[in-house]
Design a binder for this molecule. Structure first.
Ligand code: SF4
Length: 224
């Protein structure tokens, strides 16, 4: 598959323009992919997991064309595009192709769980300016109970990444998850991650509404 392969498309759940320093430097446009390997108990973007809820599919070239409307904002503020989801690294070929087509000054950020095969990281590594990593909890049992998957790949990918990029390009989100981890668990995760070289943390608490539908305090849904 080449960068200009017209068959390279990706399913999206949303594109949100004009986000200001919420997920990257300057003005950014969030591009949220459909699909995720995890099944978080309090998933805020459950449409990512439902095959019937793909909003649209798009090619890298089409996406560049659509985002170009904000080119001046991106250039003036040092902003660009943030790929989220879902799990954006499952679309590493798409991001790689997009990076070869977009204005070189656009920053490219990713919001990822890192729970993907290493080759996805290798493909996007040269293009990504800022990594926002949703680590959940470093404890294997807590992670498995909360996401339905184990976290061995997450931790090994994080160690690999920290050897490849300066720690200033990596922010790790550390949630307090009601019913799944305690303050002491979060402190243990933080200490463990700091020992690996993480220097930037975003620690916060998931806020659960009275109903069984959960939401997160700091991570807003891409659309309601
Ligand atoms: S990683 Fe995000 S999109 Fe995937 S299941 Fe968890 S909360 Fe939902």
């Amino acid at each position: 598959m080449t960068d200009h392969d017209s068959s390279l498309t990706a399913p999206l759940i949303a594109i949100e323009r004009h986000r200001l320093v919420t997920d990257g430097e300057g003005v950014t446009t969030l591009v949220a992919f459909h699909g995720c390997p995890l099944r978080c108990r309090y998933c805020i973007n459950s449409q990512c997991l439902d095959p019937a809820r793909v909003w649209r599919t798009i090619t890298p070239n089409e996406l560049v064309g659509e985002l170009a409307i904000d080119n001046l904002y991106f250039l003036a503020t040092g902003g660009g595009v943030t790929f989220g989801g879902g799990e954006p690294l499952l679309r590493s070929e798409f991001i790689h192709a997009f990076a070869g087509l977009c204005v070189p000054q656009w920053s490219i950020n990713v919001e990822t769980s890192l729970n993907v095969h290493r080759h996805h990281l290798e493909l996007v590594l040269p293009h990504v300016r800022w990594w926002l990593i949703d680590i959940k909890d470093t404890n294997e049992d807590i992670y498995r109970r909360y996401t339905g998957r184990d976290n061995a790949l997450v931790l090994s990918n994080l160690q690999w990444l920290l050897q490849k990029v300066p720690s200033e390009q990596v922010t790790v989100r550390l949630p307090h998850i009601p019913g799944y981890n305690t303050d002491a668990d979060v402190s243990r995760s933080r200490a463990r991650l700091a020992s690996l070289g993480v220097t930037q943390f975003d620690e916060f608490t998931y806020r659960l509404p009275p109903s069984s539908q959960a939401s997160q305090e700091k991570a807003e849904p891409y659309f309601q």
